[in-house]
Each structure stands twice: as structure tokens, then as C-alpha cells.
Design a protein around this ligand. Structure first.
Ligand SMILES: Nc1ncnc2c1ncn2[C@@H]1O[C@H](COP(=O)(O)OP(=O)(O)OP(=O)(O)O)[C@@H](O)[C@H]1O
Ligand SMILES: [Mg+2]
Length: 403
């Protein structure tokens, strides 16, 4: 078998594009000069006592965030994202493992530096702004009471700079409750940034905002984080948020990190079925490896047809595997092209989604339906329901996962 036409996907880290901004440039960006800290979390363990039993919820979580990096923990509800973040913040005491920021040990599992001495800012999902205070007082209050309490004029200056940074300086004397949802979220951000932390923790900070505002705030947040050079640890269950904003993403499941990678790597090279399924939509089909070559390609049998796909080392002849491919990686033709991986199929559903069309097909072997797949493509060129087409799964779009 010879295949030399594989085009591997790019694996470079993606930077969110800078866009039109409502968050202004500020003196603070200059003042923040020393940039962000380096966070090392090593073997973090946390359990809770439930009905007299110790239940582990974070199980040996290990990761490093380099200075200035935007790092996300992504995973389904209950997988331990918030607990990990709270252990880093010092709001929970871990039961094991080590957390350090710029070499300063914050937690060893038995000893814990108090939250106000950690040089960390935090933004929560529910903003947690103080409703009885003005916008300005919300921003200045932590600076007046925290461990490193600042002189009045310095606290005032920093609070105003932080408000300016998120373009709320004009609202300083308003009651905090007289702000919109997006403005309240920006106030929470200003408050977290006002004392110039070395690390910013964000727990689902955009999930209470409507879809449009969430998109805008994503860009704002990313741009601000980059211009300040601050290190950010972001928690979300929203894969598009994690992919669009992060330098690195760690996918968590059941208290563990199952894969850490750049957004592109995660999307195009998921380590297992869980990641493939959680990060974006994916087709998974069962296959058997029939042959493989030294270029890393395999000949597999799926749907009773021989197909070519890149294949990781160590996967041998006769092995049962899963082939994954994204709906947008599939092409369709009226006449079968003379290329590998072409399957006859019948279109059973076509759904118009605006910028794309999604269609579901039954894969045919003669008249027999042997499976179903989902594909996506441009709306200008979509097949019609009931038609018989030829689906092409280009080898470079396929990926083999073992059990
Ligand atoms: N104080 C607590 N006492 C007991 N169990 C807890 C406590 N806090 C969290 N848990 C449990 O720990 C597990 C992890 O919770 P955590 O809040 O870290 O999840 P999460 O990944 O942030 O989920 P979500 O996306 O829903 O916010 C869950 O099963 C949760 O029920
Ligand atoms: Mg949570």
C-alpha cells in the first residue's frame, strides 16, 4: 500500500485575533510591566467528605502555565474544574500535591498560604460584585482591606486605572446594580485586576451573558490578557470558548486531565474517544486494521470497504480500532471520484444552519444500510434529502483511535 499524500493538520498554537474593542488601553498596561507569573500544579489531590466517606474529586492533576499564557481547563459538569481552580486560589485546601507560583510554594497538601497572600485575582461566574457599593467602591475595596493594604491615594489610583482598562471609569460613581450584565462582568474583571495579580483565575466568567455579548467579551478578555501579559487560568465547559481563547487547553474528565494540547492539536488530534467527542462534533466508526506501512498509514476495513487513514505507531494488523473524522472534513460528490475512501450513501436529513448545512446520511453497501454519518458543508452546495451521493472521507481528515 502506498500513500504519500497525507496533509497533516497544523499544530501551532492559535492566538485569538484582536478585534474591535470596548476595553481601552490604559496606563495599567504599562505599569503591569513585570507580566504574569508561572504556575505549577503538581499532583493535586482534593477529596470531599460525603456521607462519612472521602470522595476524591481531583485526582493527581498536574500542569504548568508559563508566564503570560492563557490556559483553560475544559470538561463536563462535575469533572473537578472549579475545585482545581479553588485549590489554586486557596479557597479550598488541597489534600495532596504541590501548587507554586513563580517558585513560591502556595500549597503542599498539608500547608497552605492564605488566599490574600497568593497574588492571585479571581473572577466568578456570578460576578460576585457587592450590590450595596458603587462601581468605584467595588474596585477599590479589596485594595483597602487585603493583606498588602495600599495607601488611600495609591488604592484610588489603581482602582481607577482598572476601571479605565475595562472602560467603566465613566461609571465610577454609579451603584453597581445599575450596570448591565456585561458591565458587571467587566467590573468583576477590573476588581480582580486592580491589585495587579501575577495570575488571573476565571471560572465560567461569561456563561451568564447572552450569546452576542459573550462573543464580544471573549475577544475583550483575550485582548486585555495579552496586552497586560498576565497569566490566566480559565475554566469552562464550553469547547468553543476554550478553543478560541486559549494558548493551551487541558481537557478534564472524572477529576483527571485526559489531554493537554494547543486548541488545534486538541481538535485535530484528540487523544481518545472522550476528547474527540467532547471537543466539537465527530463521527466515530468501528474498523479493523488490515495492513499498515512505514509512512504511518494504514489500510483499514470499515462499512465493508477498504479505507486509508493515518495510524499511530503500535497499532498492528488485525487490531480493532475506531476511526474518527469531523463532519466538516467530509466531501460529497454526485459521481464517485477515483480516490480512496469513497462511500455510497443516501441523504436522510438536511439542516440549514446559516453559514453551513449539516446533512445526515445512511452509508450503503448495495441496498443495505451499514451505518450513518453526519457531514457539514457550504450551504451553496448541499445535497438534497433522499438523494444518493458519494461521500469522500479524505485520509488526512481521518484519525485512528484505539480502545
Ligand atoms: N463542597 C463540596 N462538598 C462535596 N462535594 C463537592 C463540593 N464541591 C464540589 N463537590 C463535588 O466535586 C465534584 C467536582 O465539582 P466541581 O465544582 O469542581 O465541578 P466542575 O467541573 O466545576 O463542574 P461545573 O461545570 O458544573 O461547574 C462534583 O461531583 C461536585 O458535586
Ligand atoms: Mg464549576
Amino acid at each position: 500500500m502506498t500513500t504519500s499524500y497525507q496533509q497533516r493538520p497544523q499544530t501551532a498554537s492559535s492566538k485569538a485575533p484582536s478585534t474591535r474593542s470596548v476595553i481601552g488601553e490604559s496606563k495599567m498596561a504599562v505599569n503591569a510591566g513585570d507580566g504574569g507569573g508561572r504556575l505549577v500544579v503538581d499532583g493535586l489531590e482534593k477529596h470531599y467528605e460525603l456521607d462519612g466517606a472521602e470522595v476524591p474529586v481531583v485526582k493527581g492533576v498536574t500542569f504548568t502555565i508559563e508566564p503570560g499564557m492563557f490556559y483553560s481547563l475544559l470538561g463536563p459538569s462535575g469533572c473537578g474544574k472549579t475545585t482545581t481552580l479553588r485549590c489554586v486560589a486557596g479557597l479550598e485546601n488541597s489534600n495532596g500535591g504541590r501548587i507554586s507560583l513563580d517558585g513560591k510554594v502556595l500549597s503542599t497538601g498539608t500547608e497552605h498560604v492564605s488566599p490574600d497572600k497568593r497574588d492571585i485575582g479571581m473572577v466568578f461566574q456570578n460576578y460576585a460584585i457587592w450590590p450595596h457599593m458603587s462601581v468605584f467602591d467595588n474596585a477599590v475595596f479589596p485594595l483597602r482591606v487585603s493583606a498588602g493594604k495600599l495607601p488611600k491615594h495609591e488604592a484610588r489610583k489603581r482602582a481607577m486605572e482598572a476601571l479605565e482598562l475595562v472602560q467603566l471609569d465613566g461609571f465610577a460613581h454609579r451603584p453597581a446594580t445599575a450596570l448591565s450584565g456585561g458591565q458587571q462582568q467587566r467590573l468583576a474583571l477590573a476588581r480582580a485586576l486592580a491589585h495587579r495579580p501575577r495570575l488571573l483565575l476565571l471560572d465560567e466568567p461569561l456563561s451568564n451573558l447572552d450569546a452576542k455579548l459573550r462573543d464580544t467579551m471573549r475577544n475583550e478578555l483575550r485582548r486585555l490578557q495579552q496586552s497586560l501579559g498576565i497569566t490566566a487560568l480559565y475554566v469552562t465547559h464550553d469547547q468553543s470558548e476554550a478553543l478560541s481563547m486559549s494558548d493551551r487547553v487541558a481537557v478534564m474528565n472524572g477529576g483527571r486531565i485526559v489531554q493537554e494540547a494547543s486548541p488545534r492539536e486538541l481538535y485535530f488530534q484528540p487523544a481518545d474517544r472522550f476528547v474527540a467527542d467532547f471537543v466539537g462534533r465527530v463521527n466515530m466508526i468501528s474498523a479493523v486494521v488490515r495492513d499498515r506501512d512505514e509512512n504511518g498509514d494504514a489500510l483499514v476495513e470499515a462499512f465493508g470497504t477498504r479505507m486509508i487513514t493515518p495510524c499511530p505507531r503500535g497499532v498492528g494488523k488485525g487490531e480493532d480500532v475506531t476511526i474518527t473524522f469531523r463532519p466538516e472534513g467530509v466531501r460529497w460528490h454526485e459521481v464517485a471520484p477515483d480516490r480512496p475512501n469513497v462511500l455510497p450513501a443516501r441523504v436522510v436529513r438536511v439542516e440549514f444552519l446559516g453559514e453551513i448545512v449539516e446533512y445526515e446520511v445512511e452509508v450503503l453497501s448495495g441496498q443495505t444500510v451499514v451505518g450513518s454519518l453526519v457531514a457539514r458543508g457550504a450551504p451553496q452546495n448541499s445535497p438534497s434529502t433522499g438523494s444518493t451521493i458519494h461521500l469522500e472521507l479524505p485520509p488526512h481528515a481521518c484519525r485512528v483511535l484505539t480502545a
